[in-house]
Design a protein around this ligand. Structure first.
Ligand code: GLV
Ligand code: MG
Length: 282
């Protein structure tokens, strides 16, 4: 998925609107985008929204943190659906594989679990967490991560200029942990919704680090995420040229002295796969 739009379940109108938007996946949020006093009505909205909704998009629900009363009420809601109308559950603030197992025991069998890594402890355990069979993706949560590590902020998700770029470090670790187990890896939200240039840079950087997509928290962010995570025509033709060169020369240098080995060919094939996924979902 290139763009995952998170929408507060407390906003019934916004929920309905998501079905007309160009995001690849919708995350209906019961957690931090919903204030404590609105949690109950948010759950009621989810019930109303999911009852009739036919969606061609992947629909997911983000629940509240394990061990809270709200998490128990979220579970009651999920287990009241028959059949289950969502493809996956986003689990926030996961610290260990035991947290994942604990959720897995309480949730419908075989539902995909998409884990947010957004605590210092979660980051140290990311690979083990990704190894759980039901886990299908890891996402970075920059705002919670900064709070957990004690990184002072200049606004949501923004570090001091002295350590500009430091959040690439946890993001890259999360991408490596997810891909080590064949799972998807997502960059988290960009909170300055009017800063299109900042979002574009962040999305291309995440793609350059190997992420599969990025969260969006405003409809205007969807297109930019889709763009960043869709291979360009130039990338596709470069990849095809690499595959052709490999097939013709099998590891020998070309006229410019460039060698294409099996690893390079494999990376080019992966890009072609990504491009055909982007075409299928567009
Ligand atoms: C997202 O959940 C974040 O904490 O940034
Ligand atoms: Mg968070």
């Amino acid at each position: 998925m290139r763009s995952l739009l998170a929408v507060p379940a407390s906003n019934a109108k916004a929920l309905l609107r998501t079905l007309t938007l160009g995001c690849d996946q919708i995350i209906i949020d019961l957690e931090d985008m919903v204030t404590p006093e609105n949690k109950e009505s948010a759950r009621a909205n989810v019930r109303d929204f999911l009852a009739p909704s036919e969606s061609f998009k992947k629909l997911s629900l983000r629940v509240n943190e394990l061990g809270t009363k709200d998490a128990e009420l979220d579970l009651e809601l999920i287990n009241s659906f028959d059949p289950i109308r969502i493809s996956s559950i986003f689990l926030p603030k996961i610290n260990s594989i035991d947290d994942v197992k604990s959720w897995s025991r309480k949730l419908p069998q075989n539902i995909q679990l998409e884990v947010q890594i957004e605590t210092a402890m979660g980051l140290t355990k990311a690979s083990k967490i990704a190894s759980h069979d039901q886990v299908s993706s890891l996402s970075f949560g920059p705002a919670d991560f900064m709070g957990s590590v004690g990184i002072p902020s200049k606004g949501p998700g923004k570090t001091w200029p002295e350590v500009d770029g430091i959040l690439d470090y946890p993001l890259f670790q999360i991408i490596i942990a997810a891909h080590a187990h064949g799972k998807l890896a997502y960059d988290g939200p960009y909170f300055q919704t009017a800063d299109y240039l900042g979002l574009t840079k962040a999305a291309y950087k995440a793609r350059a680090l190997g992420a599969d997509g990025k969260w969006a928290i405003h409809p205007d962010q969807i297109y930019l995420c889709n763009e960043a995570f869709t291979p360009s025509e130039e990338e596709i033709s470069d990849a095809k040229r690499i595959i052709d060169q490999y097939n013709q020369m099998l590891g020998a240098a070309n006229a410019e002295g460039v060698v294409v080995d099996v690893a390079t060919k494999r990376a080019a094939e992966r890009l072609i796969e990504r491009a055909s996924f982007a075409r299928d979902v567009s």
